[in-house]
Design a protein around this ligand. Structure first.
Ligand code: 13P
Length: 246
């Protein structure tokens, strides 16, 4: 039985004071023990320490990105080991904003996935198609290529201790959520791509998830939770999403 996982991607939002306040509200709301989901918060790098220090029992720490390199002269980069030092357990890799704005291709994303896994972090591998790709009927092809780039590395137990997030690019920050049926179709396809490990791997949906649509998404058999952007910056809304799986 796969547990529901809800991960917050704060992206480049907020201040230290904002992070502290949001955490107080999240801790209070989530520690009542009424939400059955696992919860991960991925703040901007400089606030990892702040969040780690204030995180409650009910919440785990994640990063939004990491370097594919273990250490060295890589100005501006952050290694898996540094994230572990701050208590991070998860790291998002291959978010569509990293792919489209910072030129991360499938090979680099796969290398980041390997770096996270090799160090003992749980990668949250983001995959998803653009609007043009969906309209051209290429959704499954694009997602398969993104998955296969990781498979090609031949890592031991490739999909063990790993999470996949299906985030259609056209649904991110647009208010246009994929319908539960559209998401389910791709989630089921992804699970088939993972082979034997597929039945155990959590596959999250991301793209305009809100309190109002979380429950219908989570009700689908292959949707195991959500990766949440905008709505994760509002405590009450995010708590409702975390509890939507109950
Ligand atoms: P929104 O929830 O703001 O659409 O962002 C989704 C996302 O990119 C999470 O990683």
């Amino acid at each position: 039985m796969r547990k529901t996982l809800v991960a917050a991607n704060w992206k480049m939002h907020g201040t230290k004071a904002f992070a502290e306040q949001l955490l107080v509200e999240l801790n209070t709301g989530l520690e009542s023990g009424e939400c059955s989901s696992q919860v991960v918060i991925c703040p901007p790098y400089p606030y990892l320490g702040v969040v780690a220090g204030k995180i409650g029992q009910a919440v785990m720490l994640g990063a939004q990105n990491l370097s594919e390199q273990p250490s060295g002269a890589y100005t501006g980069e952050v290694s898996a080991e540094m994230l572990l030092d701050f208590g991070a357990r998860y790291a998002i890799v291959g978010h569509s904003e990293r792919r489209s704005l910072y030129g991360e291709n499938n090979e680099l994303v796969a290398a980041k996935y390997a770096a996270a896994k090799g160090a003992g972090l749980i990668p949250i591998l983001c995959v998803g198609e653009s609007l043009e790709e969906r309209e051209a009927g290429k959704t499954l092809e694009v997602v398969a290529e993104q998955i296969q780039a990781v498979v090609a590395l031949g890592l031991p137990d490739t999909w063990q201790n790993a999470v996949i997030a299906y985030e259609p690019v056209w649904a991110i920050g647009t208010g246009k959520t994929a319908t539960p049926e559209q998401a389910q179709e791709v989630h089921q396809f992804i699970r088939q791509q993972l082979g034997e490990a597929g039945s155990k791997t959590q596959i999250l949906y991301g793209g305009s998830v809100k309190a109002a649509n979380a429950a219908e998404l989570f009700a689908k058999p292959d949707i195991d939770g959500a990766l949440v952007g905008g709505a994760s910056l509002k405590a009450e809304e995010f708590i409702q999403i975390c509890c939507a799986a109950n």
